[in-house]
Design a protein around this ligand. Structure first.
Ligand SMILES: Cc1cc2nc3c(=O)[nH]c(=O)nc-3n(C[C@H](O)[C@H](O)[C@H](O)COP(=O)(O)O)c2cc1C
Length: 176
């Protein structure tokens, strides 16, 4: 079976090289809106999305993320937009990580669908478990008790992404 949506799911790839030109507001909003339509446990819509385009803040996030890895490279690959996803901690809501992951997945597929590149970037949990991270959450107008789920580096791809690796054998099975 095939259609445009299934093809798009097969063709999305993580992009790790971005043009410096900022994406348009329409493009950003399309990606963010797609995130809000991800399914969530009990339709509670627990996650929160923060898109960062302020160059100083993008740099600061890059530094905070790199610090978790003890490096000074840019973990967001120079993307002009970083989209952070937060959710409640497991003690408060057991589905936070799952809900937030689906938000990120929707946004990656939406980005691809409109010609943008994206890549999930890790370590948001550690970044926002610091005093600096909690202070930023408050600046975003969010509770500082939230946990970071993950982030997207988002922008116009500077180079074509590598083809997908073959899927592992027996990835799925059907039991009837
Ligand atoms: C939970 C998760 C964490 C990831 N963290 C990073 C990361 O920190 N940096 C990075 O470059 N890619 C990261 N990725 C991207 C994966 O490396 C990528 O999805 C995988 O290699 C498959 O490639 P594809 O997305 O092109 O299919 C992450 C992906 C997921 C789902």
């Amino acid at each position: 079976m095939d259609n445009d949506f299934l093809k798009m799911l097969r063709e999305r790839r993580s992009v790790r090289s971005f043009k410096s030109e900022q994406i348009s507001d329409d493009e950003l909003n399309a990606v963010l809106e797609a995130g809000t339509y991800a399914p969530t446990g009990m339709n509670y819509q627990d996650p929160w999305i923060v898109a960062v385009q302020n160059p100083d803040l993008v740099q600061r996030l890059s530094r905070m993320n790199a610090a978790v890895m003890n490096t000074d490279s840019d973990p967001y690959y120079g993307a002009p937009t970083i989209v952070l996803v937060f959710a409640s901690r497991p003690e408060k809501w057991p589905n936070g990580m799952a809900d937030g992951s689906l938000v990120l997945g929707n946004m990656m597929n939406a980005a691809h669908a409109i010609g943008l590149g994206s890549c999930w970037i890790n370590r948001e949990r550690e970044m926002f478990d610091t005093d600096e991270g909690r202070e930023l959450l408050r600046q975003f107008g969010l509770p500082d008790s939230l946990m970071g789920v993950g982030a997207l580096a988002l922008g116009y791809p500077a180079a074509p992404a590598r083809p997908a690796r073959p899927r592992k054998d027996n990835y799925y099975r059907v039991v009837r």
